[in-house]
Design a protein around this ligand. Sequence first.
Ligand SMILES: C[S@@+](CC[C@H](N)C(=O)[O-])C[C@H]1O[C@@H](n2cnc3c(N)ncnc32)[C@H](O)[C@@H]1O
Length: 329
Amino acid sequence: MLKKQNKKLKFIDFCAGIGAGRLGLQKLGLSCVGFSEIDKYAEWTYRKFFGQEEKNYGNLMKINPNDLPNFELMIAGFPCQSFSVIGQRKGMEDHRGQIIYGLIKIMKAKKTSYFILENVKGLENHEGGKTLKIIKEELNEAGYKVYSRVLNSLDYGVPQMRERIYFVGIRNDLVKKNKEFCWPKSVSIPKIKNYLIDDEEIEFNEKKAAYETFLKYLNNKYNKGLFDIKKMLEEDYLVLDTRQSDLRLYRNKVPTLRTGRHGILYVRNKKFRRLSGFESLLLQGFPKKLSEKTKGKIADVCLLSQAGNAMTVNTIEAIGKKLLNYINA
Ligand SMILES: C[S@@+](CC[C@H](N)C(=O)[O-])C[C@H]1O[C@@H](n2cnc3c(N)ncnc32)[C@H](O)[C@@H]1O
């Protein structure tokens, strides 16, 4: 019944990537009226998931809001490069940071009722919190009550550590008296062995050129003498993060998937394996059946990046559910 009611609620998917946000909202019965994405490879995957008929409105900075269909909710994981702690700390000065202004222009013109926005955790402390303050002020000035919070995907049903800042906006005239939007409560962490299931031949061993680099890495000044390969190979689902100069080990979870970070290995059946794009999709909450549509169709390095850029389906579903509770209260 609730799902049927929700179907009437229309949303638009900006900075859509591969559509994790869309999927989270669709799972609640909401319907998508279009998307906006400028990366043709992300669009390729998006269409594999959601169909060829979908309308891509392209660069959101160039959209005339009058050309958009009507929708009540906007979802956007706006680009993080300009705010990220790993970026150059240019923040609002960098034009990519200005995408928030493009989104605000559209929400004002379309009188959008609600929004869900996502960005990297680093935005919270960027320039001592000034960037976040400006963004919230701009959203308030656009006519919205804004809630923001850092949530970890690990708390919402995937075994991936992924801290992101989320914004939920409610247009002032829709704000309810004596009612606050509540963030979702955490759930238990599912078993990692149900995610690291790729059966493709991506074992990581002496036959691979990169294995030699791995051995050198294990013998660098940070790691030398600390790790025993034989011992590690005995522990199924031990996760190895080779991004930093020092090796980091994880159990029952993987570190944050990122674009451009393909150094995650794990142990299965006494063998090292490289985390695959397919497994990364699962770790972002994409269902197995949907994720399988990409198999053998897109370079793994590309899929790893796309998954690393994506939202977590479960987290958006959990936030969306709470927003619907508020709307339907
Ligand atoms: C952090 S990713 C978000 C990914 C997405 N939320 C998902 O779940 O896959 C940001 C996305 O915004 C897209 N983007 C950047 N500038 C854009 C613009 N001006 N118009 C539309 N999309 C844009 C990028 O290509 C990238 O895919």
